[in-house]
Design a binder for this molecule. Structure first.
Ligand SMILES: NC(=O)c1ccc[n+]([C@@H]2O[C@H](COP(=O)([O-])OP(=O)(O)OC[C@H]3O[C@@H](n4cnc5c(N)ncnc54)[C@H](OP(=O)(O)O)[C@@H]3O)[C@@H](O)[C@H]2O)c1
Length: 223
């Protein structure tokens, strides 16, 4: 398959690219204009402006599947700014450009507690920590609302993971549930390595059954 990766230079994006190559997919990495990259020579690099539909429409030519691991937008960690400045702002451009190019599948990396900012989590320090991320959660949720209200042929899924780390890829099975978290880990989200996140996204790209038609799913490994 021809798979495009947005957020290709990021910690998760790079793992997604490595694993797509391992699975013999054709990979197109989307990066900012002027960004110096050191991807594997098999990767085609295309510079795009993620806030510009025309730029993305041109960039997405030939793609079958799109994976987005975008993140780290400016203002995300500021208490008064950043809300809706990243995910919510970029998604209309992505979806229009994806429709323009008849892309069938869009997988977006989202976050555990996306729809409920962890108000039900009991430990004080967990709540305190997560409250610093409220802007990101609200921005992601706004993105989801925009997607739900958008008339699109793209089959999209926001894939929510908890506490990314740089651990090794495991062989663990994936647990997948509809919603922004897995019930069994509701109060204590389990962390997951970026390599396993990449493993999940690549599998989800290859196998529609893994995420079915749910628009918001959570996943983690059984290990
Ligand atoms: N940390 C966690 O525990 C956790 C948990 C669940 C979900 N997540 C989410 O997972 C996602 C990926 O995480 P990560 O650690 O891999 O992120 P990361 O290393 O910060 O990568 C973010 C990517 O987004 C790109 N990007 C940001 N703003 C851009 C812009 N204006 N134009 C073009 N590209 C832009 C960056 O490009 P540049 O390299 O050019 O800046 C980079 O490739 C994030 O959205 C994060 O919120 C994180």
């Amino acid at each position: 398959m021809i798979v495009g990766v947005l957020g290709a230079t990021g910690a998760t994006g790079r793992n997604v690219i490595d694993q797509l190559l391992e699975s013999k997919h054709t990979v197109i990495a989307f990066v900012r204009h002027g960004r110096i990259t050191n991807f594997d020579r098999r990767v085609e690099v295309r510079a795009v402006d993620i806030f510009n539909t025309a730029s993305l429409s041109a960039g997405f030519a030939d793609l079958e599947i799109l994976i987005s691991t975008l993140g780290g937008f400016p203002g995300s960690f500021s208490p008064c700014g950043g809300i809706k400045e990243g995910y919510a702002k970029v998604i209309p451009h992505i979806i229009q450009a994806a429709d323009f190019n008849n892309i069938s599948r869009l997988l977006i990396l989202g976050a555990w507690f996306m729809t409920d900012n962890a108000s039900s989590v009991e430990p004080f320090f967990t709540r305190l920590g997560l409250s610093l991320l409220t802007n990101i959660f609200e921005d992601m949720e706004e993105m989801r609302q925009i997607l739900l209200q958008t008339d699109t042929a793209v089959n999209w899924t926001i894939c929510c993971a908890a506490r990314l780390n740089d651990g090794e890829k495991t062989g663990g099975d994936f647990l997948v549930e509809p919603g922004d978290r897995i019930e069994a880990f509701k109060n204590e989200p389990k962390g997951i390595s970026r390599k396993d996140v990449a493993r999940f996204l690549v599998r989800a790209a290859e196998d529609k059954e893994l995420t079915k038609s749910n628009h918001l799913i959570s996943f983690c490994t059984s290990e």
